[in-house]
Structures are given as C-alpha cells and as structure tokens.
Design a protein around this ligand. Structure first.
Ligand SMILES: [Zn+2]
Length: 73
C-alpha cells in the first residue's frame, strides 16, 4: 500500500509520510532533521568541497599544460 504523499511546509517538497517517520508529519525527512545547523554545515562542506575540487582541477590542468609545454620545447 502506498504511503500518503504530503507536502513539506518548510521546503515545499512532496514526500511520503511513512509510519514511524521521525519529526513532524508535515515536514519532509530532510527538514525533520533535529538540528537545522546540520544542513547548513552540510551545505558549507559541499561548497568547500566543490571549491577545492575546482582548485584541484585547475592545478591538474596547469600541470598538464606544463607537461605539454615541456614536451614541445
Ligand atoms: Zn522539506
């Protein structure tokens, strides 16, 4: 039997209201997480990870370019 679909009052996302779901019945599981700072930390971490990843890519590109230049000369 399908679970009833509810709309989260916080983010507006639809979610399945499963029996035993923690938190409020009118909030999706993500928005029911006990600490709101939790998602903030996650977002922040994501941002840092993304930034370091692009830095890594830039570094790699630079290294490859250096190698190519060295090969040319
Ligand atoms: Zn939500």
């Amino acid at each position: 039997m399908p679970f009833p679909i509810k709309t989260c009052v916080v983010c507006g996302e639809e979610f399945e209201l499963r029996p035993g779901k923690p938190g409020f019945a009118n909030r999706c599981p993500r928005c029911s997480e006990p600490e709101e700072t939790d998602s903030d930390t996650e977002q922040h971490k994501d941002e840092i990870e993304r930034r370091s990843e692009s830095e890594m890519n830039a570094e790699r590109r630079r290294t490859i370019r250096d190698m190519l230049y060295r090969k040319d000369s």
